[in-house]
Design a protein around this ligand. Structure first.
Ligand code: AMP
Length: 440
């Protein structure tokens, strides 16, 4: 029997096999995944809410996609795409189908477009987790969330501008300021193919000077060598031919109009002739937004571009497409670094403190909740002191106190927990009105 060393296999980037015994504590979250507890989870969700508002507000409708697909869907992204060939979590289901957890959502969105034939243009947004068997480090996980948009059926350069500006404005809405937008054009498919040939020839002529990793990459995808951040490669990469010199007139015009559009809406950008990005399907416009607040290796908080050939590759009629995907965890790391997008109070509005046995707290919290007021309480008939502590921890603005005094008088005490404005006794029957007035 051939025994594989799982850790070595992992380092080689091989897809992890479920039955492999990896020497890790088994009752911990798997490598590259994280639990998010409150309030981190509230902030995560709030980011998604902001994105939904921004995207809905620009005429995009949500698409909810399966988290796994037939592997074939992802293989159509191109065999030179690392996330497909080296980083997918693949498995067979009980019916013998070969499936993969989605490493990204554009392929699924395009598959869904071909399958469901929505009206053109189709402007869709999505949010949710993706899965890649990556080498884990800060800002690089095996399960990570993205929010993104896809537009299918529009060739107009100004939709490229709209999509880029949408990503930019979303980040600005979160409060991020330390950002750089890089844009490039990869040309049309023909330009791209000619450029790849020119690059291959160039890099081959200087292969001896390249790092071993880049020589390997070169065999698969010369474009990706441009992405190398290794010092040994720097001078060879710096002198590589530029795509700008291989652009067709139509692609160059398209790109110029995208840039004019960005200037018109006041989105600052830098043309970066070596920006190629990891996914193989891009043609013409590509872009990336980097946060200067993060380490260089993980500074990309989002990116995207045009993928005009992808619909055909997935079995549809020729249809142009463009989109972006933004990394939620990395965006939050950038927010942390800039002190942006901090969450306000997340607690309930009212905490009911009942020292008469708990039944008053039961009925009061339910009345309040049914009236739309967020309310909580303590259980197990704790002491007044212990319940007041719980009220403080809950973040509530007000406490409603019911002791035997209040109960016998048919009243409750409303106390402001955030200021010393004292407290007030209100009739039990007027509680809802009093609470609503106090909250307003
Ligand atoms: P991509 O789908 O590779 O174009 O990535 C788009 C964005 O998703 C990146 O700019 C990152 O912000 C984020 N991202 C990609 N891969 C990961 C990962 N493994 N962990 C966390 N975020 C990621």
């Amino acid at each position: 029997m051939v025994r594989r060393n799982p850790q070595k296999a992992e380092r080689r980037g091989e897809t992890p096999v479920a039955s492999q015994a990896v020497a890790e504590p088994l009752l911990r979250a798997p490598k590259g995944t994280r639990d998010l507890l409150h309030p981190a989870s509230a902030r995560f969700r709030a980011l998604g809410d902001v994105f939904a508002r921004v995207a809905n507000g620009a005429g995009y409708g949500q698409v909810i996609l399966p988290m796994f697909e037939h592997v074939e869907v992802f293989h159509r992204l191109g065999e030179a795409t690392d996330v497909v060939t080296k980083e997918m979590f693949e498995f067979d289901d009980r019916g013998g189908r070969r499936l993969a957890l989605r490493p990204e959502q554009t392929a699924s969105a395009v598959r869904a477009f071909v399958e469901n034939r929505p009206m053109l243009p189709w402007k869709a947004w999505y949010a949710g987790p993706n899965f890649r068997a990556e080498n884990v480090q800060k800002g690089r996980y095996r399960q990570f969330d993205q929010v993104g948009v896809e537009v299918l059926g529009l060739d107009d350069a100004l939709i490229d501008t709209e999509v880029i500006a949408l990503a930019w404005d979303f980040f600005r809405t979160l409060g991020l300021r330390d950002m750089t937008l890089l844009v490039n054009s990869l040309g049309d498919a023909g330009d791209r193919a000619r450029y790849v040939d020119a690059l291959r020839e160039y890099f081959n002529s200087r292969a001896a000077e390249l790092s071993e990793q880049s020589r390997e990459t070169l065999a698969r995808n010369p474009l990706r060598v441009l992405d190398s951040k290794r010092r040994e490669d720097a001078s060879v990469v710096a002198e590589a031919p530029l795509l700008a010199d291989h652009l067709s007139e139509a692609a160059a015009e398209h790109f110029a109009r995208v840039q004019d559009g960005l200037r018109a809406v006041g989105v600052p950008f830098t043309v970066s002739p070596r920006l190629v990005r990891g996914l193989d399907y891009y043609v013409r416009t590509t872009f990336e937004i980097q946060s200067s607040a993060l380490d260089a290796a993980q500074s990309a908080i989002g990116g995207g571009g045009r993928y005009d050939g992808l619909v055909e590759q997935l079995g549809g009629d020729p249809t142009p497409g463009i989109g972006f995907a933004l990394g939620v965890e990395r965006t939050l790391l950038a927010c942390d670094a800039e002190g942006a997008f901090t969450l306000g109070e997340t607690g309930v509005d009212v905490f009911v403190v009942d020292t008469t046995g708990g039944l008053e707290a039961l009925t009061l919290t339910h009345e309040l909740r049914r009236a739309g007021v967020a309310a909580d309480r303590a259980f197990e008939n704790r002491s007044m002191k212990s319940q007041m502590k719980a009220a403080d921890r809950s973040g509530a603005r007000f406490a409603l106190l019911v002791g035997t005094d209040e109960r016998d008088a048919g009243e409750v005490t409303l106390r402001d927990l955030r200021s010393d404005t004292g407290q007030l006794r209100v009739a039990r029957t007027d509680v809802l009105d009093a609470v609503k007035k106090a909250l307003a």
